[in-house]
Design a binder for this molecule. Structure first.
Ligand code: GAP
Length: 442
């Protein structure tokens, strides 16, 4: 029934406004004026985020025979960050404007004009600014008690390499996967949840024989690109971008990013790096613990190379929302639609009584109770049925279940599909099975 659909990219303001209005994402500490670089996920945002993490875990841990999961602590021994190179080199070049005191990452500046106040020739020379967040463990605040909030989850897997190997008796190639919070004192957090100071990562460390590293690097690039496409992102909005040697992080021999075409341009969702044997060697040397692997095939101890597909959670979440966003005209009225993949949609089905009629409401609540143990659901009886459909379209709910006066006679309900708006009538007794058939396992 769609009359026209606007395929052009929404601007970021539309997305930020929808996210706030419908309870996906709020500014952190908003009532105090907000906290730069930090965002809070509301009732729908937390569902979407959990669904993304679940889809990733299913794809890279549950569905494979060569991966195991991990959940390391955020606080680690400070020597970890010395050995990893982060204390010495995890820094961005930063420039200040002498005129308005604004601060920028040097790579965001073109020429010598301040992007904030327009002053010319007032920018300082770039200075390196370390991105590690520091805090203190225990009651004494001094150098000896200084610890860092992890800037990547990866190191928690490297330092547990020997533990995991001993516990699982894996052979090469095998990988570890972890989801968790990371923290970076970004000079200029920006673009909503794109660059923040607190964010989540979904990281894989895949251990391989050195001579097979390039092949596995290629493999993981293809694998990870497909993951986004399988979850509904349009392929023309995704690309792989290979970093030039001189732009690589201190630990990487090669790195390609999965990039998404955001309203503000092509930007990174995930980095897929060949970290070589850098990390295991560094930690072996610094800790004195042997982090090699006895390769039965080669008959010798080797230090595996690591292929690291490292994704954020927040950036992909933003990409999933932007890509799903549509504005359509239906019978002369505007409808905003999130065409989220059903496995990502925060709410799978919403029960709607045709009206607040005293006979319909108890029946509709009965149907809602029937669905709750099986799916994430909502119930909505406020305003007209048309408006309620629009509200559900706007949050990406794939199915609405309508209870009408016929339901009282025939014990059947109508299922309305989000994208086509097609409707089918099903008996209440078969409703759970009908929705199960339509939805991916959840
Ligand atoms: N262990 C490798 C590593 O951390 P990275 O490219 O610095 O690599 C990986 O980070 C992913 O983490 C990025 O592709 C991005 O999705 C996410 N990420 C990094 N910094 C971020 C930030 N300040 N805000 C939001 N997400 C961030």
């Amino acid at each position: 029934m769609t009359e026209s659909s606007q395929e052009s990219k929404p601007d970021m303001e539309e997305i930020v406004s929808l996210c706030k209005r419908r309870g996906f994402i709020f500014q952190s500490s908003e009532i105090y004026g907000g906290m730069a670089g930090a965002w809070d996920y509301g009732p729908l945002g937390v569902e979407l985020k959990n669904n993304i993490k679940r889809a990733w875990w299913k794809s890279v841990v549950q569905g494979r025979d060569d991966m195991v999961g991990m959940d390391a602590s955020i606080l680690m021994h400070p020597q970890v960050w010395v050995a990893s190179g982060h204390v010495a080199t995890f820094a961005d070049p930063m420039v200040d404007c002498r005129s308005c005191q604004a601060r920028f990452r040097a790579d965001e500046i073109e020429g010598d004009v301040c992007p904030n106040c327009g002053a010319k020739g007032q920018l300082t020379e770039p200075r390196m600014f370390n991105l590690l967040f520091k805090t203190f463990a225990g009651p004494v605040e001094n150098e000896a008690s200084t610890v860092y909030l992890r800037p990547e989850t990866a190191q928690g897997m490297f330092v547990n390499f020997a533990n995991v190997l001993a516990a699982t008796r894996r052979k090469l190639p095998f990988g570890m996967a972890q989801i968790g919070k990371s923290f970076r004192n970004e000079v200029t957090p920006r673009h909503f949840i794109f660059r923040t100071r607190e964010f989540e990562q979904m990281e894989i460390e895949y251990f391989v024989r050195p001579q097979e590293a390039e092949r596995w690097h290629q493999y993981w690039m293809e694998e990870r690109l497909s993951w986004y496409v399988d979850l509904g992102i349009r392929p023309e909005n995704l690309r792989l971008f290979a970093h030039a040697k001189e732009d690589l992080a201190h630990y990487a021999a090669a790195c390609s990013d999965v990039e998404y075409q955001f309203p503000m341009g092509w930007m990174e969702l995930e980095g897929i790096a060949n970290r070589t044997d850098f990390d295991l060697r560094q930690h072996s040397e610094a800790s004195g613990v042997n982090l090699t692997f006895f390769d039965e095939e080669a008959g010798e101890h080797i230090t595996p190379y690591i292929i690291e597909p490292s994704a954020g959670v927040d950036r992909p979440l933003l990409a999933f929302i932007v890509d799903a966003y549509r504005q359509e005209e239906v019978r002369g009225e505007k409808r905003v639609l999130l065409r989220l993949h059903p496995s990502l949609a925060p709410v799978k089905a919403t029960v709607l009584p045709l009206s607040r009629n005293e006979r319909l409401v108890p029946k509709a609540r009965e149907v809602w109770a029937l669905l709750r143990p099986h799916f994430m659901t909502q119930y909505d009886d406020a305003q007209s049925i048309g408006r309620r459909y629009r509200r559900q379209d706007e949050i990406g709910t794939p199915y609405c279940v309508t209870v009408d006066f016929d339901t009282l006679e025939d014990e059947a309900v109508t299922i309305r599909e989000r994208d086509s708006m097609d409707q089918v009538r099903v008996p209440i007794g078969g409703l759970v099975a009908a929705l199960r058939e339509k939805l991916p396992p959840c």
